[in-house]
Design a protein around this ligand. Structure first.
Ligand code: C2E
Ligand code: MG
Ligand code: MG
Length: 611
């Protein structure tokens, strides 16, 4: 006979269990109802089990069944632990069983009219409830409804019909085939029960949903292969299960996403404690021959105290919190709060608005002058995108560009920017009042760098407006460049061959390897604003040293330097002294609409700055 191995739970963990939660059997024996706590590792049920659960009905054997606690679960075994079975058999939810892992609301049949309900992780107070109260709560557990006046016998029918609907609707299996954890459907069903229990029966019933995403799983899968990836997920699933208390549910929602329901919490702090324990246990090195892997997970926690109406809402918020955990550096947990909710809904709304923004002409290009510091003249403009939102006013590109990248709208927006900038430049070229040759800088985001036809599209657009590629400076930020160096290298070389000028934006912030600079063969480096803004602070020499070294490095490679964020005459004087080639900043002009930029160019740059 199969006997699950006893698993001595971590002592601390079992203490927590003993204090907060109990497993019970509600036993009905002909006309008697007894509530029995299952607080021992082994309990016998039968006619001579005076110490444990005594049943005196005819048809019940001396040692009819055994309750056995192991592997974090409660099992019931027909007969005794030595393998001797009972005379009349043991039934769970109507089916004969030899060994069965008990689930909440399972109905155990010993003999006609003698049966028990198993409930896991219930509040100790339920043990003292009057039979009527108890049945009312049980009816809720079983059917999800507040069924007044149900008898214990009717509960069995209710339970059977719930099980039957489950079986019927579950043509879809309840377990995830890879990890053998519960799957998304059974997880949602279980959270729904906890939510409804809180809404309809016990407002103090606290629970939490943890949304868990494995950090850098894609990298493991891509670099070590799917077999290792699968094994990795199976082993993580086991680790997650081991951290759970009885009655909690761990599920795999799909891919590298898991979720946990922590039911019956004493306080929100308990959820945080469990999340900490979980991350610690996950983070132990994992050997999958011949590799040693260092797993970590990001966890989002949503607490029932926010009074959710639906399961989808609580899971969505746990997911949002997880996303924040990922964004703040992985291997962390974040508890969802209302501020996050506001931000998330706002972003969601902006996202759908952005789809309309292109068609409804809400996007506009502003232009910021770029100046040759040595020659003291205007050389061109950087095109900077603006979104005139009908309700929210001007929205910063730093808010909506990442959103557009996520939803792939960036391709459409990027093309619009390119067209608009080229058209504007050709107007300036044709304007007799503008005497100096001008170029335009266009920013390209990281997703656009992976676009196969980017160079072709650029060439076609430039031609369409009668321009030559060297009039366009393509700006790519240093961090975007470093995200995908091989791909970027290929693309930048193609751009270069087609005759476009290349600039690295926000230089100094992206940890690029200097050796790459040679390979990328760029025309310019733009020193990030964060350094320039610090150069006039007497006690901050790092920014000065970094800016100086960037200028020296660039010049030794034959690359021009642009300083971004020049706001004062002091900045300007210092940069001139360092032989910085070009500059851009509020000192010269803020980014301005096209018409104003035209006037700026027609006027030419007068140089009033004294230093
Ligand atoms: P960026 O390319 O580094 O652009 C420079 C940013 O610094 C601009 O912010 C500009 O307004 C600001 N700036 C310039 N001089 C000063 C100054 O003296 N002081 C201060 N405080 N700020 C200054 P903006 O326009 O908000 O753009 C933010 C970022 O959004 C840009 O950074 C760029 O990465 C991105 N972006 C803007 N337009 C586009 C676009 O058409 N496509 C893509 N992919 N990204 C864009
Ligand atoms: Mg830029
Ligand atoms: Mg920049």
């Amino acid at each position: 006979m199969f006997l699950p191995q006893s698993d001595s739970l971590d002592d601390k963990q079992s203490d927590v269990l003993a204090a907060a939660l109990v497993n019970i059997l509600v036993v009905k024996e002909e006309h008697r109802i007894v509530v029995k706590k299952l607080d021992k590792e082994t309990l016998t049920i039968g006619r001579s089990s005076a110490d444990d659960i005594l049943l005196s009905s005819q048809g019940v054997s001396r040692c009819h069944a055994t309750i056995y606690f192991s592997k974090g679960a409660t099992w019931i075994i027909d007969g005794d632990l030595k393998g001797r079975v009972s005379t009349n058999g043991l039934f769970v939810n109507g089916a004969r069983v030899a060994v069965h892992k008990l689930n909440p609301c399972d109905v155990i049949g010993f003999h006609k009219g003698v049966y028990a309900f198993f409930l896991s992780q219930v509040d100790c107070s339920i043990v003292d409830d009057s039979p009527e109260d108890l049945i009312r709560k049980l009816a809720f557990f079983v059917s999800g409804k507040n069924t007044e006046g149900t008898s214990l016998d009717q509960l069995i029918l209710l339970n059977q019909s719930t099980q039957a609907t489950l079986v019927n609707s579950e043509k879809v299996p309840l377990l995830d085939s890879l990890t053998r954890l519960q799957n998304r459907e059974s997880f949602f069903a279980r959270v729904k029960k906890s939510l409804e229990f809180r809404q309809k029966i016990s407002p103090n019933h606290n629970f939490a949903v943890l949304f868990i995403d494995v950090d850098r799983f894609k990298m493991i899968n891509d670099s070590l292969g799917h077999l290792i990836g699968d094994e990795f997920l199976i082993r993580l699933a086991r680790r997650l299960s081991r951290c759970m208390r009885i009655g909690d549910m761990v599920a795999r929602l799909g891919g590298d996403e898991f979720a946990i329901l922590l039911d019956n919490l004493k306080s929100p702090d308990e959820a945080i404690e469990i999340a900490k324990r979980l991350q610690k246990s996950i983070a132990k090195p994992l050997k999958i021959e011949p590799h040693e892997l260092y797993p970590s997970v990001s966890v989002g926690i949503a607490l029932s105290s926010l009074d959710y109406q639906t399961v989808e809402e609580i899971i969505r918020d746990a997911d949002t919190a997880m996303y924040h955990a990922k964004n703040t550096g992985r291997a962390r947990f974040v508890v969802f709060d209302i501020e996050m909710h506001k931000k998330a809904t706002n972003l969601l709304r902006l996202d759908s608005d952005l789809r309309r923004a292109v068609d409804q002409k809400q996007l506009e290009l502003y232009y910021q002058p770029i100046v040759s510091l040595a020659q003291k003249k205007l050389v061109g403009f950087e095109a900077l995108l603006r979104w005139n939102h009908p309700d929210n006013g001007l929205i910063s590109p730093e808010v909506f560009i990442p959103m557009a990248e996520e939803t792939n709208l960036i391709y459409q927006i990027g093309q619009w920017v390119l067209n608009e900038a080229c058209q504007q430049l050709s107007r300036w070229q044709a304007n007799p009042a503008i005497r100096m040759p001008l170029s335009v800088n266009v920013n390209i985001s990281s997703k656009q760098l992976t676009e196969v036809h980017l160079v072709d599209r650029l060439v076609v657009t430039v031609k369409k407006y009668d321009l030559t590629p060297d009039m366009l400076n393509i700006e790519v930020t240093e961090s975007n460049l470093m995200e995908n160096t091989i791909q970027s290298l290929k693309l930048l070389n193609q751009l270069k061959q087609a005759g476009f000028k290349l600039g690295i934006d926000d230089f100094g912030t992206g940890y690029s390897s200097l050796s790459y600079l040679n390979k990328f063969s760029v025309n310019s480096l733009k020193v990030d604003r964060s350094f320039i803004s610090q150069i006039d602070k007497p006690d901050n020499n790092t920014s000065i040293s970094i800016t100086k070294s960037i200028i020296t490095l660039a010049h030794s490679l034959g690359v021009k330097v642009v300083a971004e964020g020049i706001e004062s005459s002091y900045h300007l004087a210092w940069l001139l002294q360092q032989k910085c080639d070009y500059g851009q900043g509020f000192l010269f002009s803020k980014p301005i609409p096209a018409a104003e930029a035209t006037r700026f160019a027609e006027r030419g740059l007068d140089w009033p700055w004294k230093y």
